[in-house]
Design a protein around this ligand. Structure first.
Ligand code: NOJ
Length: 757
């Protein structure tokens, strides 16, 4: 046993020695040599072991109790586990690593994964909310901070970013992604991956990232989680795959596949997507981890006869690591021995896993991410400051009539009302990693922190939203009947100059398994809103939620509406910064807000159809009982100032595929406050070999403007922005007319056009 470890160590030292001489320590060639050398030493059983991931919901540091624990500990000692998830703390991760390093024949270190979705301890806005900032630097920074805090707790791999395009507000996991647009989602994907992974995965303050869920999970039919996805090849390539291509090009270490089936094939068993496209066409060299049990779930899908068959399908399709499914561990070796699975497929998977481990520097020092002294160097106070800044930037001002906002110094009596007004837990959101329960600054606290002595702030809850136990797995009980707190709230609203009404969703109304058919304000909240509005018209509605809500009544009646998502640790302070004008809101919606749930799935980049409109009768693509447009469209958001767009100027009206066109537009701050505008570029390919969306985001710029100031914003259109997956199954552009649109949202736009020759 010892001989092999010595061999591995010897091999490693000689490689590192050589590398130091030639200064190519992390060069591709060097890693490949190491990977092959380790692979050559491995038995089939050890190779399969690398493809197994266990969850550590058992006490690693204490004595193992029960058969399962003992069994798993033995497997670790034998080097038959490649990775663990949900093992936390430098001590516990070190302990797990030690079981492997000190007992197994080869001592191949573990990767330690965890769902670090929007921060680790310091919690940032949920991804949908953070995307509303459109601030890629900010998103990279929050990922960087999440990485540092993860490493401080022994975690070296996150299952993030989720880059599923989601167009359906009923789907509870819409809060985990970047919304409905492939261009914006691709940019966010790259920023997040950069933040987590840095420039060098071996830097012990970076962690490996995961692009998930490959692919289609966000289009679950009827918004019901885990449901079937129906998608054609054209839409797959043009809408779902681009963010994953961007992630692969950015060097994401791992990809997680998905629970859903696509046109009859479960994603986990999808050879074309995983092996041919991701690993083949895109030449991506990381590894694919299954989603939790998604290999074995192919039996439920009716796609595999049993566990063994599921393992065979998954490995052939290119799934490299089995997360908590038990399929690979129990069946792969036998499948190879029986000749059903070619050992080369196993070698390919293991090569990929080892490659990532080498790049992470785990072979140099398996304990590098389990350093108990590292936590003391982490500046959590500074992280909170960044969290506040990013949370302010994520807020979207949806409506502001009567110039109710920012709140004027003349307002001396503020009533803060609502089930979420003093809720310190909901802003932490679902997928909260190690964000502590009840650790957020509530809206009430934020307002009290912001006002001086001369402002009287009263508070009434009005009603509960969720009742009873809150947990990741259990359904949430909504209060549908209890209005006993209304009287107090109404009395306080009557007395006040202004009411800040905090409504929305509980932390556990969105996230995995949290699909809903009703996306209005849950429980008695609508009633509370209308009762308060009856006695005081100066209502600022602050929404905290993880999905677009149906808020048509509020949109029509309430003068001011602030979309504050689930903003994380500094939520209340950030909202107060916006309410009192310390931060002039600049967020823009990354997802359409519907007028009615019946419009879902709703997205701005739709096709025109053969019957887009008809002024004379009903026979066109619309509803007879509601407008077909969004209530608040993609890209929309107000500011305390106003921005005016001049005419678009194109550097040429013609372009060749090798050439480019500059699009210039003057943007003026025509109001009286300094502000930030997200200037958005959209294109439309007017006629093509397949139908194309009527509008598609192709660029954006964040512009800071003083009152009266004008800046020329320039976008460069190059051929790559015009390309799409066409009727000949090629990623290419086609000659013809393109419409160019620029504006502050996807609805109010300046237009021009050019010809691609
Ligand atoms: C299932 C979820 O779908 C996935 O996103 C997550 O990373 C894993 N569970 C691990 O918790």
């Amino acid at each position: 046993m010892k001989t092999y470890k010595l061999l591995l160590l010897g091999l490693f030292c000689s490689i590192v020695g050589k590398a130091q001489e030639t200064n190519i320590k992390s060069s591709v060639e060097n890693v490949e040599t190491k990977v092959d050398s380790v692979l050559a030493l491995m038995t089939l059983e050890e190779k399969v072991g690398q493809m197994v991931q266990y969850s550590g919901s058992w006490d690693l540091t204490g004595p193992a109790t029960g058969d399962q624990n003992q069994y798993r500990e033995d497997r670790l000692k034998q080097g038959l586990v490649g990775s663990m998830l949900n093992v936390l703390s430098p001590e516990a991760t070190r302990e797990a690593q030690k079981l492997v390093m000190e007992n197994s024949r080869l001592g191949i270190p573990l990767m330690i994964g965890y769902d670090v979705i929007h921060g680790y301890k310091t919690i940032f806005p949920v991804p949908l909310g953070e995307t509303a900032s459109w601030d890629l630097d900010a998103m990279e920074r929050s990922a960087r901070i999440a990485a540092i805090e993860s490493v401080a707790d022994g975690v070296n791999w996150t299952f993030s970013p989720m880059i599923d395009i989601s167009r359906d507000a009923r789907w509870g996991r819409i809060m985990e992604g970047s919304g409905e647009d492939p261009f914006l989602t691709s940019k966010v994907a790259v920023a997040k991956i950069k933040g987590y992974q840095g420039d060098d995965l071996a830097d012990p303050t970076t962690i490996a990232a995961t692009a998930k869920h490959f692919v289609g999970y966000g289009l679950a039919e009827a918004g019901r989680d885990y449901n079937t996805v129906h998608i054609g090849e054209n839409e797959m390539h043009n809408t779902l795959l681009p963010p994953f291509k961007a992630a692969a090009d950015a060097g994401v270490a791992t990809v997680m596949n998905a629970f859903n089936d696509l046109d009859g094939i479960p994603a986990t068993g999808h050879r074309i997507l995983q092996r041919d496209i991701l690993k083949g066409d895109w030449d991506w060299d990381g590894f694919i981890v299954s989603d939790w049990g998604s290999i074995i779930e192919m039996v439920n899908h009716g796609f595999a006869r049993d566990r063994k068959h599921a393992a065979e399908i998954a490995v052939k399709a290119g799934s490299d690591m089995d997360m908590e499914g038990g399929a690979y561990e129990n069946a792969l070796e036998e499948l190879v021995e029986e000749g059903e699975v070619d050992e080369e497929l196993i070698n390919d998977a293991v090569r990929r896993i080892l490659r990532v481990k080498f790049k992470m520097g785990l072979f140099e020092d398996p304990y590098r991410y389990s350093n108990p002294d590292f936590a003391a160097t982490v500046d959590y106070d500074e992280h909170r400051e960044v969290a506040r800044e990013i949370a302010s930037k994520s807020i979207v001002l949806l409506k502001n009539e009567k110039e109710l906002l920012p709140i004027k110094p003349s307002v001396k009596n503020i009533a803060v009302i609502g089930p979420l007004a003093d809720d310190k837990d909901t802003p932490i959101g679902n997928w909260r990693a190690q964000g502590e329960a009840n650790s957020a600054v509530s809206l009430l606290e934020g307002i009290r922190n912001a006002v001086g002595q001369d402002v009287n702030v009263t508070y009434a809850k009005g009603a509960d939203l969720g009742m009873g136990e809150r947990s990741f797995l259990k359904p949430l009980k909504i209060n549908e009947t209890d209005t006993s707190g209304f009287a107090d709230a109404i009395a306080k609203a009557k007395e006040a100059d202004l009411v800040v009404l905090a409504l929305g969703e509980d932390a556990f109304q969105t996230g995995e398994g949290r699909s809903q058919v009703d996306i209005g304000l849950a429980g008695v909240q609508d009633e509370l809103l209308q009762e308060i509005y009856k006695v005081n018209k100066n209502v600022v509605l602050v929404l905290q939620n993880g999905r677009p809500l149906e808020i048509s009544w509020a949109a029509e009646n309430v003068p001011a509406i602030v979309e504050a998502w689930l903003l994380g640790t500094e939520s209340g302070n950030a909202i107060a910064d916006v309410l009192f004008g310390k931060y002039n809101p600049s967020g823009k919606l990354p997802v359409s807000f519907p007028r009615a749930v019946g419009q879902e799935p709703l997205y701005y980049n739709q096709k025109n159809t053969g019957r887009p409109s008809n002024p004379t009768d009903v026979t066109y693509s619309a509803y007879t009982d509601e407008e077909k447009t969004a209530l608040y469209p993609f890209g929309y958001g107000l500011s305390y100032t106003t921005f005016e767009y001049g005419d678009i100027n194109l550097s040429s009206k013609e372009m060749t595929q090798e050439g480019s066109i500059e699009v210039t537009v003057p943007v003026t701050n025509s109001g009286s406050k300094a502000g930030r505008e997200v200037v958005q570029l959209y294109l439309r390919d007017m006629v093509a070999s397949t139908t194309r969306p009527v509008i598609e985001l192709k660029g954006f710029e964040l512009v800071d403007l003083q009152p009266g100031e004008t800046k020329e914003v320039t976008f460069t259109i190059t051929n790559d922005l015009l390309e799409f997956y066409n009727a000949e199954k090629k990623w290419t552009s086609e000659p013809g007319e393109f419409r160019v649109m620029v504006g502050g949202n996807s609805r109010d736009l300046k237009m021009d056009s050019f010809e691609l020759q």
